[in-house]
Structures are given as C-alpha cells and as structure tokens.
Design a protein around this ligand. Structure first.
Ligand code: G4P
Length: 534
C-alpha cells in the first residue's frame, strides 16, 4: 500500500461522442482549465476532417499529431487528470474501443439537437460491457434542441442506462438563460461568446423559491424552472455515487462547450465523483492499484512516421505499483525481461521522458516490434489482463498481393500493421487466403498506403460479401472440430490462432447456431473470460 496518495489523486478517463457532438471542443476547454494549453484550437488539429476521408496525406499528418494528443495530462485542484484521446472518425471505432479498456470512467457528449446518435449507442455498449462509469454532458444548449425531459428519456431507452440530471437548463437556443445546479443549488447565467478559462461565478441562492431567480431570468422562466425541478425530484431518485460508480446510473449535465458554459461545473463534479484508478481483472486474479509490484498492459500501438525506422510507440496503462525508467520488467508473452530508457509521459501535450509513473498513468514506450496490443508487463508474475478484446469487424476484404517479388514484405507489413490494430487479419488455411476485417472503409486505404510506403509492398483488396465474424468455442472439442471441418471454407484464424466463423448472412449464422447448439458464437475475442464467468 505504498502509493495510495499518488493513486487517489489520479483520474484517467476518455471523452466519447458521435462525431461533431463536441468532444474536441470539450477536451480543449478542459485543457484550458488545467492550464495545459494556452490557446483554443490546439486540439482541433487532431481531427480528421470530413473532406479527408480519402486523403492519405491528411491521414499521415493526423497520425503524427495524434501521437502527441493520445494522452493529455494536467493538474487541476490537486488532481492529476489523464484524458485519453479517442478518434472521432467512425472508421477508427475499434481504436476507441481499445482505449476504453485503459480508462476508469468516461464523459459522454451528446448534441442536444441530434440526441442519441448511432455511434453513441455503440460506444455505450462497450462501456456497459466493461461497467465503466459514465457522466453525460448534453452540449450545444445555445441551439434549439430537443426537450430536456425527452433527451433524458432517449438516453435511458437508447443507451440502457439510468440517468439523473445534476443540472437543468433554463430554455435553449436564443432563449437559453443558464443552468440551475441541482447538486449544490446554484444558478449559473449564460453569457454567449464567453470563451475564457474562467466561467462567470455561479449565483448562490437560498433555494428554488429565492426571488433572485425571478430577477435574473424573469418570472415566467423562474416558475417553469420550479415546475421542472419539482418534476425531476419526483421522478428521479436522489443522485447516488455508488450507483454511478457501478455504471448503473449516469449523472447528466447541460451546457455549451464552445461557449465554455457548464464545463467547469462538469469538471468540478467529475473530480469529486469519478473513480480513481480501479482494480483490473487478469486471467488469474484481480490486480489492485495499491499493490507494491508494478504491472501494466499495452492498449494501443502507434507507428512512427519515419518510414525508414520501424519504431513504434506502445501506450501502456499502469495498473499497479510504480513504473521506473531503466528498470527491467517482465514481458509476459515473450517471457523476456526488457527495460526502457526513454519512457515518455504526455504532460501539457509535450512528450517528456519520465523517471517514474503510477497507476492510472499512461506511458509511451519506444518499441521496435516487441509489443502486441494486450501485452502485459510485470515484475515477474505471469499476469494476463483481460478485457482488451478484438471486436467483430464489419467489412471484409481479401488481401491480394500485387507484386510477387515482394511477398515477404507484404507478409511482414500486414502482420505488423494488424498487430498495431489498424485492422484484423484472419488467415484461412483453405487456399491460404488472408482476409482483412475492419470497422470502416478508411482502414483499407490506410493499409494500402502504409504497406506501400513503409514496406514497399503493393496490394489490392477484393471485396467479400460477409456478414460478421464470430469467434467460436465449445465445451465439446469433438463438436467444435466437426463444425470447423464442415464450415472450413468460412473459417479463418485470428492473430492468436483462434478459430473464427465468417458468416455470410444473418440467416446462415442462425442456421449454424441451430445446427450446432454446443458451439458458442462470440462477437468479441474475449470469450475466454466470458466462458470462465459463465
Ligand atoms: P467532435 O470532436 O465531437 O467531432 O466535435 P467538435 O468539438 O469538433 O465540434 C463539432 C462542431 O460543433 C464544431 O463546429 C464546433 O465548433 C461545434 N460546437 C461545439 N460545441 C458547441 C456548442 O456548445 N454550441 C454550438 N453551437 N456549437 C458547438 P464546426 O463548424 O464543425 O467546426 P469549427 O469550424 O467551429 O471548428
């Protein structure tokens, strides 16, 4: 129990949203509060612009920037905050899913005009699966959006989570006057265009019946607010922090990120209620952050930009103990001891070599091909952290080698790039086919471009009409072998040599399930843990 103070002050989280809801803007405002950046617009450059969907140079540029913004750390009110950046573009959703394995909580941004969008639902599924506590920030209150009660209903039904408003808006759009804080009963008035680091001071009031509210927002809005709050108090249970930390209840805030309105409120509540670094499950036991011995896992790998060097940066989340520079650590998968002379942290958007780091921190490790996503480092114990799954991809194409002389380069390239998480590779013994699965079209362009530029390997992709990939297991090895043989044309093997059923249609999947009731079909690679839990 050596590092309790260091652990208690850390908050490691991600901001997630459907593209354009305001994630980048909110991130930037939070960084401004922490003094981590001086100018607005610094984070913005990390976004892949809508027009850039087929612009490789843009992707390359982004890769460079996104190393710097992968983790953004700053101090605020004695807390050390680590924001893990997630790509906004939907084609990079799997990157986001993996980053969510390294956080202790999330802030979900929802656009009040659009409500819950598709990407929001999918991201929430991942949070639910991992029991990640969620705070919801409903953004863009300066626009005419949906009724706040309707928004809360929509959040509950579409995201399958209970909500509890902690602030309440007084009107929206051009009539937006501010928010009433239900948590500490203060009133905050909206001043459009106030893009500073300090929000206007909240007005303290003695309670809802305080006449100050009428003076500030007018009698009609004041009485509507009173009616709304009465309704809220009668429908919703009082906020319960345990339920939030159990990922059962999401507190909801309203504001406008671009106007820096409601952001400080969100941040202040966040550091009060969001969990510090949490214990993490491994195959053998749960690792507590306070343990003396160091452990951590790699959740993201980033290739360096210079094609002459195959250096990569592996991002490691520290789970327990203290990480030290130049100390030997055990790389569990390869059973080797390695030390790191230049581990980096990401304070204030600058990469700094660090001497030590604590649970909740993310450290960048220079790597020349040792790491795979999900790898564990320890002080000797054979731990394997769970919950870093691959997710079933949605688009499948066969990799075609366009230059027979460069077969080896292509093999190596596709191997390394899929280890980096750009896409998933399934190898089919029948015909030695290589099937690449992704969540978006953009990855194929990235792969093709990077294979050519970094490995000098020309390739193309042949479209495959597949529905989804399912990892298959069974308690009955005979039945599984029979299934794998019968479906051999539609079985591929993932990077760890696990069999995957590549179903052509939902109907074929259903038939397979009916014909082979003893075979289990999993949409993530994390079936081992799931099997153990059942
Ligand atoms: P994202 O990272 O979730 O994709 O969203 P981002 O922050 O980039 O915001 C998307 C757009 O929404 C941006 O406008 C941004 O300025 C705007 N926005 C963010 N917060 C608010 C808000 O509170 N109110 C209003 N009205 N707009 C907001 P854009 O035109 O796409 O980009 P830009 O030209 O402003 O950079």
């Amino acid at each position: 129990m050596k590092y309790t103070e260091e652990i208690a002050k850390r908050r490691t989280f991600a901001i997630i949203s459907h593209p354009d809801a305001g994630k980048t803007t909110l991130t930037e405002k939070l960084l401004l509060f922490g003094g981590a950046i001086q100018i607005a617009g610094a984070v913005k450059s990390n976004k892949i612009k809508k027009s850039a969907t087929s612009d490789f140079m843009e992707i390359e540029r982004q890769r460079g920037i996104s190393v710097a913004t992968s983790v953004m750390s700053f101090e605020y009110n004695q807390c050390l905050i680590n924001i893990l950046d997630t790509p906004g573009h939907k084609d990079f959703a799997e990157d986001t899913y993996r980053t969510l394995t390294a956080v202790d909580s999330v802030i979900l941004v929802v656009d009040c005009v659009k409500g819950v969008e598709q990407q929001t639902e999918r991201l929430m599924e991942v949070c639910r699966m991992r029991h990640t506590p969620v705070i919801i920030f409903i953004n863009k209150l300066d626009r005419d959006g949906k009724d706040p009660f309707d928004l809360l209903d929509e959040l509950e039904t579409k995201l399958s989570i209970h909500t509890r408003p902690l602030s309440w808006p007084i009107n929206m759009g051009t009539h937006f006057k501010g928010v009433y804080n239900l948590f500490n009963q203060t009133l905050r008035l909206f001043v459009p265009g106030l893009q500073t680091t300090t929000e206007e001071e909240a007005i303290s009031i003695s309670g809802l019946n305080d006449q100050t509210i009428d003076q500030e927002v007018g009698a009609a809005d004041a009485s509507r607010l009173r009616a709304d709050v009465e309704l809220i108090e009668s429908i919703y249970e009082p906020f319960n922090m345990e339920l939030y930390r159990d990922a059962y209840l999401a507190p909801v805030f309203f504001g406008s990120a671009i106007n820096n309105f409601g952001v400080k409120e969100l941040l202040d509540t966040f550091i009060e209620i969001a969990p510090p670094p949490q214990p993490r499950p491994t195959v053998t036991r749960t690792v507590k952050p306070e343990e003396d011995l160091f452990s951590g896992f790699v959740f993201k790998i980033h290739a360096n930009l210079d094609p002459k060097h195959r250096d990569r940066i592996a991002f490691m989340r520290i789970c327990s103990g203290k990480f030290e520079r130049n100390k030997f650590y055990h790389h569990v998968r390869s059973d080797k001891d390695i030390r790191f002379s230049n581990p980096t942290s990401f304070m204030a958007q600058k990469k700094n070599v660090i001497d030590d780091a604590f649970p909740g921190d993310v450290v960048g490790l220079y790597d020349s091909g040792t790491f795979k996503i999900g790898d564990t480092l320890t002080e000797g114990e054979n731990l394997q952290f769970t919950g870093i799954p691959s997710f079933s991809p949605e688009i499948f194409r066969e990799l075609i080698n366009e230059d027979p002389m460069k077969f080896k380069q292509l093999e190596k390239g596709i191997q390394q790039l899929t280890e980096e998480g750009v896409a998933q590779l399934f190898t089919q013994p029948v015909g030695n086919k290589k099937i690449v699965g992704t969540v978006g079209d953009l990855q194929f362009e990235v792969l093709q471009y990077r294979l050519m530029h970094e490995y000098k390997a020309a390739c193309s992709f042949r479209h495959l009409d597949l529905y989804k990939a399912f990892w298959v297991t069974s308690d009955n090895p005979k039945k599984l072998a029979e299934f794998l043989q019968r479906k051999a044309n539609y079985i591929g093997y993932d990077k760890d040599n696990n069999p995957v059923f590549l179903a052509q249609t939902a109907w074929i999947l259903d038939t397979a399930k009916r014909d082979y009731p003893e075979v289990e079909f999993h949409t993530t690679s994390e079936f081992a843990a799931a099997v153990r839990e059942n």
